[in-house]
Structure formats: structure tokens, C-alpha cells
Write a protein that binds this ligand. Sequence first.
Ligand SMILES: [Zn+2]
Length: 171
Amino acid sequence: MNNMPNPDAPPCGCKWFDRAAKDPAFPVVYDARMNEFHLITHDGRGQASFYHCPFCGGRAPKSLRATFFADVTDEESRRLFLLTQHILNKEQIIKELGEPHQDFEISGGMTSAGSDTEPKETFIGGRRLVYENLSDTADVNVRIDRYGKLRFSFTGKYIGPQRQTESGPQE
Ligand SMILES: [Zn+2]
């Protein structure tokens, strides 16, 4: 049984998070945008969020993450899954979905989280495409590994405070 996080636990009252984030001896950082404390791995790359205070067991401060990203219903995820499940290569993506809004080259590796039905998977290099116009609530992400294999994921659109964008004509 997974009983983490426990929403009924009282909030942390011992201030361990504040102290740990300020103390360079602890691999803990504070993400003010999300109001989350993260545990940084030894190589400085991986991050995990705390649900509970490791000292008193109280709840970690409430994350704002849910208020920053749109909720994608199961129905919408299923619609997007059906829309993309037959797409097997990059040529087909462009033909069916058009040019992506974002197209990144990925330098490092990334391991997918895995789930009850999907094993963990490590991608090295490759590209990531993002389509923002296929859904009102979700961005469609396509990870293309260096062998050309595709992996789709649907993530809630950013609905938090406006990010800094260039404004006004530059010409
Ligand atoms: Zn505490």
C-alpha cells in the first residue's frame, strides 16, 4: 500500500525545510515558483519533491504545481491517445499533425517514470516535439529517440502567471 503523500498529516511545524534549504550541507533547494522543496541528487541533476518533512513527518508546504498546469481529463487523454497511437515515425507526425510548435534537440538522457503498464525507459539524445494546438487542456509531447522510436505524452498546459514574452514589433 502506498500511503504517501498523506493529506491528513498535519503541516510540518518544525521549519526543517527552511533550515535545510538554507544550509549548503543539505542537498535541498526551494523552488519559489512552485512552492516546492526538492531533493537534489549527488550529481546535481535529478530532483525529487518532498511530500513530508523527514524530521517531524508533517506535510511539506502545499505545492502550487496544480494551479500552474491545466487538468487533463481521462477522456481527453484517451482522445489524444487515439489520435496519435498509429503514428510511428517523424515523417508521419509532420504529415498528420503539421509542424510542431517547439522542436528541441535533447543532449542528455532521460528516464521515463514508468507506470503500472509501462516499464521505465531510458532515452538518450534525440528530439522532443511539442504540439500546443491539438487540445484545449493538454500539450502533446513527442519524444523521438536516436533510433527514431516515438513516445507520446500529454501534459497539462501551463496556466500559471504569464511568462516573460517579447512584446511589440521589433522591426
Ligand atoms: Zn517538520
